[in-house]
Design a protein around this ligand. Structure first.
Ligand SMILES: C[S@@+](CC[C@H](N)C(=O)[O-])C[C@H]1O[C@@H](n2cnc3c(N)ncnc32)[C@H](O)[C@@H]1O
Length: 255
């Protein structure tokens, strides 16, 4: 019975995926050649040789917070198919996942969620809509909803090529321009910020009640992939082993 269902829907599933891929190919050609956004430069990395991903780094943050506070209340913005949400090593009552489309525990946008939320969190993972301005809002709202001190992780800060970075989206694998938030966090007061050079880039911001986010929108809004490549290594881009060590000993008494 189950196999029959599968056979019945397989052509539709294939067709949908296939159409989506073709539509990305056309968009990439349009933005690349007609809008002249094509860029041959790449963000060079060796992620395959580093045997840890975002799940491991986030769990390390959770363990450190539990060491310091006993409890850890976790929030994830953007859950997709719960690839990360289900890997978070906490009991269900300490996990909130927000996504308007799939996964998590709250079916809504991050803006709507933060508008009505009354809870405070110790670890927040921002991985929702990959547009600079939305990610910036998600991080600012996360800082407001942190419980005295905590850690905000941000995914996809290191796009491999121009297509993965481009907004509007024109590639299946997509990071968008959320790297601009990394530039701002690196310049912010009372925020200690690092990027682990793994898994498309995992940002880690140690924040507390004195944290003051630096909005650099007027400077960054029109910056492109070349600017990313020329500046991102200045944002404490480190090996994941070093980030694990920093998380293990971090005391949250930020200057
Ligand atoms: C890259 S996926 C998240 C992947 C997941 N966090 C993981 O680590 O595997 C991005 C998700 O953000 C969701 N999303 C899009 N717009 C959003 C919004 N305004 N608020 C919250 N989530 C949003 C999408 O539905 C999608 O599931």
């Amino acid at each position: 019975m189950k196999l029959n269902h599968f056979k019945l829907f397989l052509p539709q599933i294939l067709e949908k995926r296939y159409l989506k891929r073709i539509s990305y190919e056309f968009k990439a050609l349009y933005y690349g050649y007609i809008k002249k956004k094509k860029n041959k430069r790449l963000f060079e990395h060796d992620w395959k040789n580093k045997h840890i991903n975002r799940h491991g780094i986030i769990n390390k943050g959770i363990f450190r917070i539990k060491e310091l506070k006993n409890n850890c209340n976790y929030l994830e913005i953007g859950c997709d198919r719960d690839q990360n949400f289900n890997a978070v090593a906490l009991e269900e009552e300490f996990k909130t996942g927000v996504d308007p489309n799939s996964g998590g525990t709250v079916r809504d946008t991050s803006d709507n969620f933060f508008n009505q939320n009354k809870d405070l969190f110790d670890v927040i993972f921002v991985d929702g809509l990959h547009h600079y301005e939305q990610c910036q809002k998600d991080v600012i709202n996360s800082i407001k909803n942190i419980n005295n001190y905590g850690i905000i992780f941000i995914h996809d800060l290191l796009p491999r090529d121009w297509k993965i970075e481009h907004v509007p989206r024109c590639n299946e694998s997509w990071s968008g321009d959320v790297w601009k938030v990394a530039i701002e966090l690196n310049e912010s007061e009372n925020i200690d910020f690092y990027i682990a050079d793994i898994d498309s880039g995992v940002g880690c911001a140690f924040v507390n009640k004195k944290s003051n986010y630096k909005n650099m929108k007027s400077e960054l809004i029109n910056k492109n992939y070349d600017y990313f490549l020329d500046n991102i290594r200045k944002c404490n881009l480190i090996h994941p082993n070093n980030l694990l060590k920093i998380i293990s000993t971090f005391n949250f008494d930020l200057k």
